[in-house]
Structure formats: structure tokens, C-alpha cells
Design a protein around this ligand. Structure first.
Ligand SMILES: [Zn+2]
Length: 262
């Protein structure tokens, strides 16, 4: 083999090796590019002439600090939820369900005629720990009655029904419509009656302004220690608003009690 040919072959061989190496590097580069496109989180490390792909270590899990427990609301006192005009078979059981679920004790000012009609519901009110008080026999306007009529026709029959079912003669009364002459106030007090009106009217009895939002707004703006909240057993909005009424009053720091515990 001539020297020239040998040199030529060597040169050709070198050229082939160069092209192969270059092609290989190009291929690696392509591979890396594709890989990085597919997985941009990968890091490329250079170690001398060699390039390799290293998956980063999994980051340390972020440990969220335990959220501090909500501070207990500052005790503000007591509030009594009261429900008038029951018992009935539609709304009273739903109110009782909510009170039971929320572990709230309330006061029911019942109408004697309804208590006679639904003694089982009256018994449930008593069984579940609520206070039963007197809201008259027929929901008459006491301003139209003599003091003796108020006592004989409206208050006594109702408390007798309560006694039959609950075992105690209620001497706590709320006049229908809050209507009571001053001489009747004096007379009933002398007879030992405790007259309980209200200090926070939710207006749940008034269809023109008793949306749950309006009821809740009144609670938020008018709450106070020893508030007596007026609600009724005769409206669906009472039931809609009641869970929020309870949670708002509790978050404000009030203990919910029967009227004889204020
Ligand atoms: Zn009433």
C-alpha cells in the first residue's frame, strides 16, 4: 500500500469518526431537548464532557402549621329564643329538630286550644327540655277582656293543659299581640303571674318583611344581653333562619337559655 493511499485512508477514517461523533452529540442534544420539553422540571447537569439528566429530589413536603383554634368568643351573657303560637304539626317539629341538633333550650309560649289538639307535640316540647309558657287559650286580645276573663277564659285553661302534659302549672305568660292594659298588668302580677314580652322582634310573623336575611340582620344589629327573641311556630322563614340565628348568637358569645334562666 502506497504511503499516499495509507494517509488518505487514515484521513477518511478520521473524517468518518468525526462525523459519527458529531452526529451522536447532535442526537444527544435532540434527545435532551425533547426530554426537557416533555419534562421541564428536569435539570441538566454538566459533568465534564458528559451530559446527563437528573431528576431533582422531591421537594421537602410543606408542613402547614396547625391552624390556631378559633378563640372562644368573649362571653356576653344570655339570650332566650321564644316561639309563640304553637304547637302545630308542621313547623313545631322542625323547630324542635333544629333545637335538638344544636342543643339549644328555648321557650314555647303555647296556645291552649292548640295544646289540647296536639298534646303529643306539647309532650315532645317538654320531653326535649324546653320551657312551656302560656300564650292564652284562644289568642284573644286581652285589652278587650276584663281581668277576670283574662284569667278564667284564657290563662287558666291553658296552664291546666300544660300541667296535664308537662306536670307543672305555668305561671309565665305572654299576652297575644303584646296587648295588655296597665290595670291587667297589675292584677296579673298580684296573682303571681310573670309577664314576659320580648326585646328583639324578628318580625318572622310579618310576611312583608320576614325573609331569612332580614331576620338574621335584626339578630346581628339588635342582639344584647338578656335579649328575649320573638319568633313563631307558624312560618317557614323561621325554620330557614333558625340555624343561622343560633350560630350567630353563639359566635357573639351568648348562651341560649329558657326565659326563666335569664
Ligand atoms: Zn301570638
Amino acid at each position: 500500500m502506497g504511503r499516499k493511499l495509507k494517509t488518505g485512508l487514515l484521513a477518511a477514517l478520521a473524517l468518518i469518526m468525526f462525523i459519527t461523533a458529531a452526529g451522536s452529540a447532535y442526537a444527544d442534544q435532540l434527545y435532551l431537548n425533547e426530554l426537557l420539553e416533555a419534562a421541564p422540571h428536569l435539570q441538566v447537569l454538566k459533568e465534564g464532557p458528559v451530559m446527563r439528566v437528573v431528576k431533582p429530589k422531591d421537594p421537602e413536603p410543606i408542613v402547614e402549621p396547625e391552624p390556631a383554634p378559633a378563640p372562644a368568643p368573649t362571653p356576653r351573657g344570655k339570650v332566650a329564643l321564644t316561639f309563640d303560637d304553637g304547637p302545630d304539626l308542621v313547623n313545631t317539629p322542625k323547630i324542635l329538630d333544629i333545637l335538638r341538633d344544636e342543643e339549644v333550650t328555648a321557650t314555647f309560649f303555647v296556645i291552649g286550644e292548640k295544646a289540647e289538639r296536639y298534646p303529643e307535640m306539647l309532650a315532645r316540647i317538654h320531653r326535649e327540655g324546653h320551657l312551656i309558657a302560656n300564650h292564652s287559650q284562644t289568642h284573644a286580645d286581652f285589652a278587650e277582656l276584663t281581668n277576670e276573663e283574662i284569667l278564667a277564659m284564657e290563662l287558666e285553661p291553658t296552664s291546666q293543659t300544660v300541667q296535664k302534659v308537662a306536670g307543672y302549672y305555668s305561671m309565665i305568660m305572654r299576652p297575644p299581640y303584646g296587648s295588655l292594659r296597665q290595670d291587667s298588668v297589675t292584677y296579673l302580677r298580684e296573682q303571681g303571674w310573670q309577664i314576659v314580652r320580648w326585646s328583639l322582634d324578628t318580625f318572622d310573623w310579618d310576611n312583608s318583611r320576614n325573609s331569612p336575611e332580614e331576620i338574621i340582620e335584626r339578630i346581628k344589629t339588635q342582639h344584647h344581653n338578656k335579649a328575649i327573641v320573638l319568633m313563631h311556630c307558624n312560618g317557614p322563614t323561621t325554620i330557614q333562619a333558625l340555624p343561622d340565628v343560633i350560630s350567630i348568637l353563639r359566635s357573639l358569645g351568648y348562651e341560649l337559655v329558657a326565659v326563666d334562666q335569664l
